[in-house]
Design a protein around this ligand. Sequence first.
Ligand code: ATP
Length: 220
Amino acid sequence: MSAPAGRLGILGGTFDPVHLGHLALAEEVRETLGLARVLFVPAGDPWQKAGAGVTPGAVRYALVERAIADNPWFAASRLEVDRPGPTYTSETLTAIADAERAAGHEPDLWFILSAEALAGLPTWRDPERVLALARLAVVPRVDDAEDLAAAAARFGADFPGRGDRAVFLPGPRLAVSGTLIRARVAAGRSIRYLVPPAVAAAIREYALYSPPAEPAVRTP
Ligand code: ATP
């Protein structure tokens, strides 16, 4: 008989780079739902050529590790960055549930996602399996078109009788995104107070997001 280890939150994403929006989101859900841990799962490298602009998974993972180092409730998972090819959420959740059981815990998984991402759930591979493996903690982004009541109503329509598998939380709604951070670094602007200091330092160290240096103008 396995013992419960408490609720485990799972936050997947590209994390290119991880920023204060992610950290505030994870902390808010942890506190509100009484999660024992939150696992950050950076996505693997895109296998389609179209996604070739994404920072390598090993680097995105290293930034996540630095970002969460001072929070004892947060951990990072290599599950997706170490896998070649696309990874489906149902597979990731299965692997996490298996790992929990192997560690002697009864899995109690909470998958954290935005209201916008929830709208796409019916198109995911095996959404019923996702709902069977984890409950959903749905948090709006600052720019989400739908309010929480509308998102909850749509979830009820998309998955009749599964209303107990999702909770809808107001969330911190910080207007920060990976796109914003990359654009600011590329423009030579400050990202202080938008990412943890350790992440800003790592972005400098790995020389991420900067446009390639202009070739020196040669004068005759
Ligand atoms: P990009 O701009 O590159 O798409 P992102 O930060 O929006 O980056 P991800 O790194 O993939 O996207 O985000 C991971 C998860 O965190 C997603 O569920 C996303 O909706 C959520 N998230 C990201 N930023 C915020 C934020 N500021 N507030 C709430 N949720 C967020």
